[in-house]
Design a protein around this ligand. Structure first.
Ligand SMILES: Cc1cc2nc3c(=O)[nH]c(=O)nc-3n(C[C@H](O)[C@H](O)[C@H](O)COP(=O)(O)O)c2cc1C
Length: 155
């Protein structure tokens, strides 16, 4: 069984939570994949779970053209876990963002991806407000692409 860890921050209206649910839905289309979904505005991620994950999906609202604090805390924890010798780097990942008219914060998440030498599987999905229409399909497709990558790698 391959493990995908979806780490997202959602706080204001649940827009990013909705997107995370759609990404999880896309991941679950592929057999042999187990998905864990954590809202880091409500709970910290256990770094043993991060180490066990075969791939990550990161989601955030745009907060002042940067990722929200819960997701930043996750990356801080990941850095310390790496320094403690846990295997948390170099995995496949995707990213998604909701915003109120900006959207530039996606770059801060992708910069973390590069910093941890993660492999971006598909272009990030960026959506104004709650996902509707094309953004729903794009979010599901994002999860699907990630799950297919981890299962393919296992063959
Ligand atoms: C503290 C704060 C800062 C924000 N800063 C920005 C911003 O710089 N640019 C932008 O486009 N939206 C900004 N927003 C709007 C949120 O990114 C947007 O409403 C998002 O979809 C909320 O996601 P959530 O409902 O999952 O919490 C901000 C919202 C809050 C609460």
């Amino acid at each position: 069984m391959k493990r995908i860890l979806i780490v997202y921050h959602s706080q204001q209206k649940g827009n990013t939570r909705r997107m995370a649910e759609l990404v999880a839905q896309g991941c679950r289309e592929t057999a042999g994949v187990e998905v864990a979904v954590v809202n880091v505005n409500e709970a910290r991620v256990d770094m043993n779970a991060a180490e066990r994950a075969d791939a990550y999906a990161f989601g955030s609202p745009d907060y002042f053209t940067y990722m929200a604090g819960g997701l930043k805390q996750f990356f801080d924890d990941l850095c310390l876990a790496d320094w403690a010798g846990k295997k948390v780097k170099g995995k496949p990942y995707v990213a998604f963002l909701t915003h109120g008219g900006g959207g530039g914060a996606i770059k801060s998440i992708e910069a973390m991806g590069a910093s941890f030498k993660l492999q971006q599987v598909a272009p990030s999905v960026v959506c104004q407000g709650a996902p509707t229409g094309a953004a729903v399909e794009q979010s599901i497709a994002l999860g699907r692409a990630l799950a297919q990558r981890v299962v393919r790698e296992a063959l």
